[in-house]
Design a protein around this ligand. Structure first.
Ligand code: ADP
Ligand code: MG
Length: 295
C-alpha cells in the first residue's frame, strides 16, 4: 500500500470514528430514557424508507434508549375503504368515522399495519410487541369535544402506562395502534399524533418525535425552504387560526404542546423521508425539522 492510500485510509477511519464519538454525549444523556416515536405518512408507505426507520429503532434500542412506537395508517385505511366502496372524509386532518369506518380502521390498523411493523422490527433484530389502546385497558377514549361531527373519532381521556413500562423493562419495543375503547366498550379511532402525545406524557418520555412527510412546520406550505426550526405555543395557535398550519399538521403541533404540558422535555416534528432522521435527531448535534416549545 502506498503512502497516499495509507493517508486516505487513515482519514476515512478517523471520520468514521468521529461520527461514533459524536454520539457519545447523546448516548450518555438518553440511555435508559423513553422516546416516543410517531410513525406515519410517506415514511411508512415507501418500503425502503420503512426498513431504514426500523433499523434506527433497533439501533436506538440496542444502545439503551427505550423507543415506543405509535403508528398511523391513514393510507392503508383509505385503500381498504376504497376497496369496500367507501369514500373517506376528513375534517381538520381527522378522518370522520361512522360505525363502518371505525370497524375498517380497527381491522386495518390492528390486523395489518401493526403486525407488519412488529415483524419489520423483528426482522432487523429487535424484539417487538404490538398492541392497541384496548390491550390491558391502556387507553380510555371518549368522544371528541368540538363542534364538527366526527363520529367515532376519539379523544384520549386517560392513559395507563403500566403495560408499556412492563414491556419496555422486558426488552420489547412496544408498537401501538391508535384504537381504543370508551367507557361503555365503544371502539374509537384516535388520531395517532394525539395518542403519541398523550402516551409520551403518561410515560414521562424524554422526547416525542413525530415522523412525517414534510421537513417540519413550514411558514408557507408551498415553500419547502420556509422551515420553522423552533415554534412556540403562541405562534402555533396563531398559525392554526390563520390557516397556515392546516389539516394533518394541526394534531401534530397540538400533540407536542400536550406532551410538553405533561412534562415531556422535547418534541420534534421531523421528515421521516430523510435517511436515518431518527438517528440524526437523537444522536448528533445536527438539528432537523421543527422543535415545538412552550414559550
Ligand atoms: P402524517 O401521515 O405524517 O400524519 P399528515 O398528512 O397527517 O401526515 O400531516 C402532514 C401534512 O400536513 C403535510 O404533508 C402537509 O400537507 C400538511 N400541512 C399543513 N400545514 C402545514 C405546514 N404549515 N407545514 C407543513 N405541513 C403542513
Ligand atoms: Mg396525520
Amino acid at each position: 500500500m502506498g503512502e497516499r492510500d495509507y493517508q486516505a485510509d487513515m482519514q476515512n477511519l478517523r471520520q468514521r470514528a468521529e461520527v461514533l464519538i459524536e454520539a457519545l454525549p447523546y448516548l450518555r444523556e438518553f440511555r435508559g430514557h423513553t422516546v416516543v416515536v410517531k410513525y406515519g405518512g410517506a415514511a411508512m408507505i415507501d418500503a425502503a424508507v420503512r426498513t431504514e426507520v426500523m433499523k434506527d429503532l433497533v439501533l436506538l434500542d440496542h444502545v439503551g434508549l427505550h423507543p415506543v412506537v405509535v403508528h398511523g395508517g391513514g393510507p392503508d385505511i383509505t385503500e381498504m375503504m376504497q376497496r369496500l366502496g367507501k369514500e373517506p372524509v376528513f375534517i381538520d386532518g381527522q378522518r370522520v368515522s361512522d360505525a363502518e369506518t371505525v370497524d375498517i380502521a380497527q381491522m386495518v390498523l390492528t390486523g395489518k399495519t401493526n403486525p407488519n411493523l412488529v415483524a419489520a422490527i423483528q426482522q432487523q433484530g429487535g424484539q417487538s410487541i404490538g398492541l392497541s389502546g384496548k390491550d390491558g385497558g391502556m387507553v380510555l377514549a371518549g368522544e371528541l369535544s368540538g363542534d364538527a361531527n366526527m363520529g367515532f373519532v376519539g379523544e384520549v381521556l386517560e392513559v395507563s402506562p403500566g403495560l408499556v413500562q412492563g414491556l419496555i423493562s422486558q426488552g420489547f419495543i412496544p408498537v401501538i395502534a391508535p384504537i381504543a375503547s370508551g367507557p361503555d366498550g365503544q371502539t374509537f379511532n384516535i388520531n395517532a399524533d394525539h395518542l403519541a402525545g398523550r402516551i409520551a406524557g403518561a410515560l414521562k418520555a424524554s422526547k416525542l418525535i413525530l415522523l412525517t412527510d414534510v421537513r417540519g412546520v413550514l411558514s408557507n406550505r408551498s415553500r419547502p425552504n420556509s422551515l420553522i426550526s423552533e415554534l412556540n405555543a403562541q405562534s402555533a395557535e396563531e398559525m392554526i387560526r390563520a390557516q397556515k398550519i392546516e389539516a394533518g399538521m394541526i394534531p401534530k403541533v397540538r400533540a407536542c404542546l400536550d406532551a410538553l404540558a405533561a412534562g415531556v422535555q422535547r418534541c420534534h416534528i421531523i421528515d421521516g423521508r430523510l435517511p436515518h432522521a431518527l438517528l440524526v435527531e437523537l444522536l448528533t448535534d445536527v438539528g432537523i425539522g421543527t422543535m415545538v416549545v412552550t414559550a
